[in-house]
Write a protein that binds this ligand. Structure first.
Ligand code: FAD
Length: 454
């Protein structure tokens, strides 16, 4: 049997698995989390029900394919449950790494270890109830700062302003952006979730404060233009901001985090930036010597994620090492590479955010998974028979290591319990926030099913 191991069951891994299974190969998914879905389950905003239900259904359809096998709660890596070498001993004919970008970029600032300073991914994992983040302390206070001006930053503002359990004590969320308002990266649809909180007077004053620096890059940041382009709701003269306030501070780069006597963030020292025009017409922020202090008891940094170096894959300049040379949209580089020998890691591929961190929506990760899968299938056509272990043998090997893999049958039992819980609690969906509760639910449901059969 030529079996293919896919590491990671987020959108990229699941859609790669589907394609490879459709080509007739046995596919074995190894996933860190008990449940599949990755950031589609544990990143996308909790109230985007329609999108989440749709994606869950698609993932379930893939897992229902008889030649797709699933081992959840198995983290692959030299620092984790099972190493790549141990997987290789199970004789996969090819391996596709779709493990996302799990290492949060660090700010690299003094005081970064203060309580109340959170990486965006950890924060969204927390409010999306991914164990163990779900149970960790992500408390927030009166004034929260968010670094970043993309959709993830806006999702976090949305959570803080509208849905967080700490919302009652929140007075202000301030978004800190390295560059100016014209460089905002969020989509219009996303800002609409929070724009009723924008303090118009504060935004107008902030635009006034940075207008000269932006004008040096030929940017008009007048309120009329900005409200038209980014903050349409503010065009309405009758607009009145709903508390808590949402404010922005542009041309600002944090330089240090200052703690209070309890070790929690109390203030952020920031550099004022100049905006500089590059030759290609893009802009860049350049820190000046001027400093300012921003009061904040919470800081969430949404500056993009990085590939996890603890998996054990060779690292290159932009994440895992892939085939060198220029890459085009027609020919992305999925082939993993050994930089020491300057040779391909034959039959080893990388897709999705594991290949390009923090890029785009689910549809893009899916497409990347499918293109990478096509390359893996080409390789498999000429690959020798590998006699990959079957599902029972792999399960036995994992259990011998003391692991507790979750199979497709377990996932079906868990889904039944969660659906019942949702109905009892009158919720559109329910999910357990810790692994033990999930294991208990699976065991009890299995017992019930066996009793009913007897
Ligand atoms: C806050 C946030 C909000 C978003 N909102 C939207 C949205 O509204 N709409 C939209 O279309 N897109 C949204 N996205 C983007 C979307 O979630 C991603 O494009 C997509 O999930 C990336 O897919 P992936 O499979 O490459 O990685 P991931 O989704 O990160 O999946 C990686 C998988 O690998 C597993 N894994 C990790 N490490 C290991 C390991 N060592 N061993 C085994 N398994 C491992 C994880 O358990 C996970 O299942 C959002 C992203 C974020 C961060």
């Amino acid at each position: 049997m030529k079996g293919v191991f896919v590491v990671g069951a987020g959108p990229a891994g699941i859609f790669a698995a589907r394609q490879i299974a459709q080509a007739g190969y046995e596919v074995f998914l190894f996933n860190r989390d008990i449940k599949p879905g990755g950031l589609a389950e544990y990143g996308i905003y909790p109230t985007k029900d329609k999108m989440k239900f749709g994606l869950r259904k698609q993932f379930a359809n893939v897992l229902e394919m008889p030649n797709v096998h699933y081992f959840g709660h198995v983290q692959v890596g030299k620092a984790y449950n099972v190493t790549i070498e141990e997987l290789e001993a199970m004789r996969p004919a090819a391996m596709v790494f779709a493990c996302g970008a799990q290492a949060s970029g660090k700010l690299g600032l003094p005081g970064e270890d203060a309580k109340g300073v959170y990486a965006a991914k950890d924060f969204v994992y927390h409010y999306n109830l991914l164990p163990p983040y779900a149970e960790m302390d992500f408390s927030t206070g009166k004034r929260a700062a968010i670094i970043g001006m993309g959709n993830v930053a806006i999702d976090i503002a949305h959570w803080l302003l509208e849905d967080s359990p700490y919302r009652q004590q929140l007075e202000e969320v301030v978004v800190l952006a390295r560059r100016g308002p014209m460089e905002a990266k969020f989509d219009e649809k996303e800002i609409q979730y929070v724009d009723e909180h924008i303090a118009r007077d504060a935004l107008t004053a902030e635009l006034e404060r940075v207008k000269e620096r932006c004008a040096r890059c030929n940017q008009d940041v007048s309120p009329e233009k900005l409200f038209e382009e980014h903050f349409r709701r503010l065009k309405n003269p009758a607009f009145g901001s709903v508390p808590p306030r949402l404010t922005f501070r542009f041309l600002t780069s944090p330089t240090a985090i200052l703690k209070d006597e309890h070790g929690r963030i109390a203030r952020i020292e920031v550099a004022e930036n100049d905006l500089v025009l590059r030759e290609d017409g893009s802009t860049k922020a350049v820190a000046t010597k001027e400093r300012a202090i921003i009061e904040a008891d919470t800081l969430v940094f949404a500056i993009g994620d990085k590939q996890d170096p603890n998996i054990g894959l060779p690292m290159g300049p932009h994440g895992y090492a892939v085939e060198p040379g220029p890459e085009t949209t027609e020919k992305p580089h999925f082939q993993l590479w050994n930089p020491e020998t300057d040779k391909p890691l034959a039959g080893r591929f990388v897709v999705g955010w594991a290949r390009r961190a923090s890029t785009g929506l689910v549809g893009i990760a899916r497409h990347d998974g499918e293109l990478g899968a096509a390359e893996a299938i080409e390789f498999l056509k000429n690959a020798p028979e590998s006699n990959t272990l079957n599902e029972a043998e792999i399960l036995a090997q994992l259990e011998k290591k003391g692991l507790r893999p979750v199979t497709k049958a377990d996932l079906a039992l868990l889904a039944r319990v969660e659906q019942r819980e949702a109905a009892t609690r009158h919720l559109s969906a329910f999910k357990f926030a810790d692994n033990d509760a999930m294991f208990k639910a699976i065991a009890e449901e299995r017992e019930q099913a066996e009793l009913a059969k007897a």
